[in-house]
Design a protein around this ligand. Structure first.
Ligand SMILES: NC(=O)c1ccc[n+]([C@@H]2O[C@H](COP(=O)([O-])OP(=O)(O)OC[C@H]3O[C@@H](n4cnc5c(N)ncnc54)[C@H](OP(=O)(O)O)[C@@H]3O)[C@@H](O)[C@H]2O)c1
Length: 264
């Protein structure tokens, strides 16, 4: 299938590793000029080098910005070139009880998870509307509906992103621009692998058995009953970033292995 993405430019927030890196790599393989992002220059350069070893054609670039730092965001917004595809991927969490989650924890997650997308969309959506083509994708989480007890702040930012995505889609009426939100479930990123290995070492188990127990005891609503791979999430992102997905707008697209339930 030709996804008709050649020649487009994509900016993917939080893309030196994890789902963001996998999505950027998949876009680059489709001929997209990708701009990677992370908090420091060394991490961004290393991600560019890693990607160039896998994708031998096209333009792979990087822009450093920490989305919790207003001065760095301002600089990024000033320097960002025209982008056709904006993937608001960056997302952080603190795992804590509601009563131990401080105002600073709330504000940090709101800034990085929600306000990054607000600020980038405010800058980029008008250009897309002028050009009559563009794709904005947000990354939510199964937590937006599952709301685990130790992730209330994170889950709240993800639920807010879903309203933001729908609201922005409603600004695209009659244009070639779409805005959608992707909802991953538990996904086997580098971070998840490290976490599984740590728990396994502490409990004298294998990472495979810890992973299995997570779905048996914690994420019981998962129909998939395993972590999704980053490639499985990335391929969904790439399709909805493509011209082929023109008729999907204002949608919530689940790639959560069925964990969040419901019929919608
Ligand atoms: N993994 C899952 O199971 C899962 C499940 C549901 C939803 N999601 C969502 O999917 C998205 C991607 O998740 P992920 O697990 O792939 O993330 P991840 O592996 O934790 O993301 C790491 C990336 O985020 C960047 N980053 C972290 N803080 C940043 C900041 N303040 N400013 C700019 N970049 C920052 C890191 O860059 P540097 O370290 O280079 O600075 C790195 O590129 C997130 O929105 C997440 O909430 C993930």
């Amino acid at each position: 299938m030709d996804l008709q993405l050649t020649g487009k430019t994509a900016f993917i927030t939080g893309s030196t590793s994890g789902i963001g890196f996998a999505a950027a790599r998949a876009l680059a393989m489709e001929g997209v000029r990708v701009i990677l992002n992370g908090r420091d220059a060394a991490g961004v350069s290393s991600a560019i080098e890693r990607m160039k070893k896998i994708v031998h054609h096209g333009r792979i670039e990087g822009m450093v910005a920490d989305f919790s730092k207003p001065d760095q965001i301002k600089l990024l917004l000033d320097q960002l070139p025209e982008v056709h595809i904006l993937i608001n991927n960056v997302g952080i969490y603190t795992s804590d009880t509601f009563f131990d989650t401080t105002d600073e924890d709330w504000q940090h997650q709101m800034e990085v998870n929600l306000m990054s997308g607000v600020r980038l969309s405010r800058r980029i959506l008008p250009q897309m509307l002028n050009a009559n083509w563009g794709r904005i994708l947000f990354l939510s989480s199964e937590c937006a509906t599952l709301v685990p007890a130790d992730l209330i702040a994170y889950s709240t930012t993800k639920a807010a992103l879903q309203a933001l995505s729908r609201g922005l889609a409603q600004l695209t009426v009659g244009s070639g621009v779409t805005v959608n939100i992707i909802v991953p479930g538990s996904t086997l990123t580098e971070g998840a692998v490290t976490f599984l290995e740590k728990v396994a070492a502490a409990e004298n188990k294998t990472p495979q058995s810890v992973s299995k127990e997570f779905f048996t005891n914690v994420r019981t609503s998962s129909l998939l009953q395993r972590f999704a791979t980053v490639e499985e999430v990335a391929s969904t992102i790439v399709y909805f970033a493509s011209p082929l997905a023109a008729a999907t707008n204002g949608a919530v697209i689940k790639v959560d292995g069925g964990s969040s339930g419901g019929i919608l």
